[in-house]
Each structure stands twice: as C-alpha cells, then as structure tokens.
Design a protein around this ligand. Structure first.
Ligand code: THU
Length: 131
C-alpha cells in the first residue's frame, strides 16, 4: 500500500477528533503487518489530564484487537507544520511499536519520516528492567 492511502486514513481520523477544548484535531493511522489500518484520534475531557492522544488511541485499539505487528504510523494535523508525538506517546510507541515507521503529515501533503529511535534517544524501556 502506498503512503497516500495511509495518509488519507489519518486525515479521515482527524475529522473524528473529540477536541472541544484545544480545537487541535489529530488523526493517526496505524498499519498492521497484514496491511490493515487502525485509526485513532485525540479524545479530550473536561478534566483535561484525561485526554488521550490520537497515537495512543490507535495503538490501544490495536492492542485491544490482539494485534502486535505494526509497520507504519501516520500522524496528521491540519496545519503547515509537522506535528510529532508528545512525550507520553513516544514512550508508548517505544513499548508497543518500537520498529514502526512514523510518518508526520502536514496540510500541504508533505511528509517527514522518522522513528522512535530518533524521537526518543537514550530511552528507558522494557529491556532496562531485565538486568
Ligand atoms: N495531541 C495528539 O493527539 N497527538 C499529538 O501528537 C500531539 C497532541 C492532542 C492532545 C490534545 O487533545 C491536543 O492534541 C492538544 O494538545
């Protein structure tokens, strides 16, 4: 599948964001190894700290479906700047999808590809608990 299809899914997901407080609508599209796509959007709450980001919504939905193998994660916001995952989401991506290719997408149709290695260097993860 081409990037374009995954990006379209992230754009579609952003339109479902529940973001009445920030008005910052984020969409995520997570591709499974078998090609399927799981979408996520941010879900806010009047108790602001309970907000769930689009990336975590997609990853948690995937885990709840029993999926474990992810290839690409596209993240879209309707802005000219690229929006990268927040710190909390980076830690969750490290835990659940450390090898995923992260594709940031802006509203000019441009992309920037990155990885959790680049976004979260010198990280603390599950391996650190082993020894
Ligand atoms: N947000 C995401 O969903 N993903 C990101 O990568 C950055 C931030 C959400 C959280 C909140 O609903 C809104 O964007 C503003 O921070």
């Amino acid at each position: 599948m081409k990037d374009k299809e995954l990006i379209e899914k992230a754009i579609e997901a952003s339109k479902r964001a529940y973001a009445p407080y920030s008005n910052f609508q984020v969409g995520a599209a997570l591709q499974l190894k078998n090609g399927e796509i799981i979408q996520g959007c941010n879900v806010e709450n009047a108790s602001y700290g309970l907000t769930n980001c689009a990336e975590r919504t997609a990853l948690f939905a995937a885990i709840a479906r029993g999926e474990k193998n992810f290839t690409r994660l596209a993240i879209y916001v309707d802005r000219p700047a690229f929006t990268a995952p927040c710190g909390a989401c980076r830690q969750v991506i490290l835990e659940l999808a450390p090898k995923v290719e992260i594709i940031l997408v802006n509203n000019r149709g441009e992309t920037r590809k990155t990885s959790i290695k680049e976004l979260l260097p010198l990280s603390f993860g599950s391996e650190d608990l082993e020894s």
